[in-house]
Design a protein around this ligand. Structure first.
Ligand SMILES: N[C@@H](CCC(=O)N[C@@H](CS)C(=O)NCC(=O)O)C(=O)O
Length: 220
């Protein structure tokens, strides 16, 4: 039995997509970011900080998307989606897993300030502008890579690409992708993968973005 603890359109999509790429059947347990379901005592025993993803598999429970990706790649090497110790791409593979969280922490900050922080604590336009610029600066190196090849690693598609499965779909809400043509082509390649399409069908309804773009508000 494999069970994924999941919020639609969140970091847990990374794992949902990777499971599909590996052809692994999983039960999906859905949660919401604002309905208190991640704060329940029972869920705290699965994910101590009440975050998704968490994965129950092989009789154990794992939280942290990077750790889950590594575990799945190491225990299911037959799918060739990891770059295991000894592989010449091991270091860039690990770097991309970490980079995904560098980028996602900025996305989380933008999500928090644009979507979840209302009055009496309005977000600061100066901070929002800085965070959007910081996000763009993490997209630039990805754009440079995608001008050279189809996937993050030279040898082809890997679980490093699925780690970006939340980031690349959230970033366009805050940064205009008109200047990132190679990344737009990359997103189109992702969307053409049958496993990605299956994962999106299981993802659930995205509940936080209510408009297509969140510009930096005017200074008061
Ligand atoms: N580093 C963690 C971050 C997990 C995380 O923060 N997930 C968000 C959804 S994208 C979450 O569960 N947020 C709930 C909250 O902050 O209360 C990972 O990669 O798994």
């Amino acid at each position: 039995m494999i069970r994924l603890h999941h919020v639609a359109f969140s970091r847990s999509f990374r794992i949902l997509w990777l499971l599909e790429e590996m052809g692994l059947e999983a039960e999906i347990r859905h949660y919401g970011l604002t309905d208190g379901s991640l704060r329940a005592e029972e869920y705290r025993s699965i994910s101590p900080a009440g975050r998704v993803p968490a994965l129950e598999i092989d009789g154990i429970t794992i939280h942290e998307s990077g750790a889950i990706v590594e575990y799945l790649c190491e225990t299911r090497p037959e799918h060739g989606l990891g770059r295991l110790p000894g592989d010449p791409e091991r270091v860039p593979f690990l770097e991309w897993l970490g980079f995904a969280e560098t980028q996602a922490s900025i996305l989380a900050s933008l999500n928090m300030q644009h979507l979840f922080m209302g009055d009496p604590s309005p977000a600061s336009p100066a901070v929002l502008r800085l965070e959007a610029a910081r996000l763009a600066s993490t997209l630039k190196p990805m754009e440079a890579v995608m001008k050279k090849r189809d996937w993050l690693l030279p040898s082809g598609f890997s679980a490093a690409d699925t780690m970006m499965g939340f980031n690349l779909f959230s970033a366009p809400y805050f940064v205009d992708f008109a200047r990132f043509g190679a990344l737009r082509a990359h997103i189109a390649r992702i969307e053409a993968r049958p496993a990605y399409v299956r994962a999106r069908e299981k993802d659930g309804v995205q509940q936080f973005y209510s408009k297509p773009f969140y510009p930096v508000p005017e200074e008061a």
